[in-house]
Write a protein that binds this ligand. Structure first.
Ligand SMILES: *Cc1c(COP(=O)(O)O)cnc(C)c1O
Length: 396
């Protein structure tokens, strides 16, 4: 738990993220904090053993790199308190466990990140917390109609996983607050950069630092951010009680990634838009699910509320089969086949099988693929996709 430091202000995020490293008054030191690997923290005197004002008393707390990372994230998200978690999933499950009790109900999008859904149905249900899943395309009014007097938490994700539907977040946050219902948003797609849930009235913002913040496909980490003191106490206590922490090496790498987040995010979004537009015009493609595209699902809300985009989108093919989808992906030379995203490399996955887990599966006109666009030249990626589509056609 770390209070936002004095880097908060009207400067651009790219400036603030770097200014937090170069800030004066810290004495002679390296630009980057050291990686401190520690369980035991030594004190000089017995009476100092319990004095938390002298710094962490045990390695389960955030050490220097973790504290710097949490402070920078707090600044980015407009939060007062940020907790680091061992995964992005834990960044979501921490607040879910902290605020719910048996008998409570949760309302969540059917298109929420799969493991978050599984946590709700597979774990929270066992502890007497029921979840109602709303169709991914439901608007704020339809979602609110599902809330009951026992609804304690609404889980938001925009754009949603795999199918990229948007929700009117400010409207949902305001309506939920008026009913005494808490809101938690998975902010991974916006990376704390393109959207700040807390400044739009959401109570809790969580993200997978695994993705863009780390940015190099070499870290698994998460964060949970709030600005309400009572909520901060509740989540902080839960974080401590569960014994969670982010390892110092992971915190250090995530902090290193964070310094260049705005640059990578923007460059990859530009390339993604170019590739997505090209795909949109292919005869083999039915729809590109990418809110920055004017005729994509969620475009109007994205344009109103977001200042940028992750380079992650869905592609609905015209018909096809698993065989054709696999032929397409197997033919690609520049796209790695693998999960996660937000790294420097382009990735592709076949997502049709994932839709079977939904309560309200979308009716798509063909196979669903997901692409993440990395820092390669978009022209090269397009040429690769063109030859991949040749393999798709040959496999039909
Ligand atoms: C990847 C991801 C997560 C979980 O992150 P992990 O670090 O892999 O646990 C949560 N939400 C979204 C939207 C994600 O894409």
């Amino acid at each position: 738990m770390t209070a936002s430091d004095d880097t908060t202000g009207p400067r651009a995020p790219s400036t603030r993220l770097i200014a937090s490293a170069t800030r004066k008054g810290q004495g002679r030191r390296p630009v980057n904090p050291p990686v401190e690997r520690a369980s035991t923290m030594l004190s000089d005197r017995a009476r100092d053993l319990r004095d938390a004002t002298l710094g962490p008393t045990y390695g389960i707390e955030d050490l220097t790199a973790g504290r710097a990372l949490a402070a920078a994230l707090a600044d980015l998200e407009g939060a007062t308190d940020v907790w680091l978690t061992p995964s992005g999933l834990a960044g979501m499950t921490l607040p879910i466990m902290a605020v719910l009790k048996p008998g409570d109900q949760v309302v969540c999008s059917d298109a929420a990140y799969g493991p978050t859904r599984r946590f709700l149905t597979g774990h929270m249900a066992r502890w007497g917390v029921q979840t109602v899943f709303h169709p991914a395309e439901a608007d704020a009014e339809a979602i609110l109609a599902l809330t009951t007097p026992t609804t304690r938490l609404v889980i938001l994700e925009a754009p949603a996983s795999l199918t990229f539907e948007m929700v009117d977040i400010p409207a949902m946050a305001a309506a939920c607050r008026a009913r005494g219902v808490m809101t938690l948003m998975d902010n991974t797609w916006a990376s704390g950069l393109a959207f700040q849930p807390l400044t739009h009235g959401v109570d809790i913002s969580a993200q997978a630092l695994t993705k863009y913040v780390s940015g190099h496909s070499d870290v698994v980490a998460g964060s949970t951010a709030v600005r309400d003191p009572a909520l901060a106490k509740q989540i902080g206590d839960c974080h401590e009680l569960y014994g969670w922490r982010l390892a110092p090496d992971e915190a250090w790498l995530a902090l290193r990634g964070l310094r260049t987040l705005p640059l990578r995010y923007e460059a990859q979004a530009r390339a993604a838009l170019q590739v997505a537009k090209w795909l949109q015009d292919r005869p083999e493609v039915s729809d590109v699910l990418f809110p920055p595209l004017p005729d994509s699902v969620g475009h109007d809300l994205w344009k109103r509320d977001f200042t940028g985009a992750a380079a992650l989108f869905g592609v609905v093919m015209k018909g096809g089969s698993t065989t054709a989808a696999h032929a397409f992906l197997d033919a690609l030379e520049l796209f790695g086949l693998g999960y996660s995203w937000g790294g420097f490399e382009s990735l592709a996955t076949h997502e049709t099988p994932q839709l079977a887990y939904r309560r309200h599966p979308p009716k798509l006109s063909g196979e669903l693929l997901r692409f993440h666009i990395g820092l390669e030249a978009p022209e090269d990626l397009i040429a690769d996709l063109a030859q991949g589509l040749g393999a798709w056609r040959a496999a039909l």
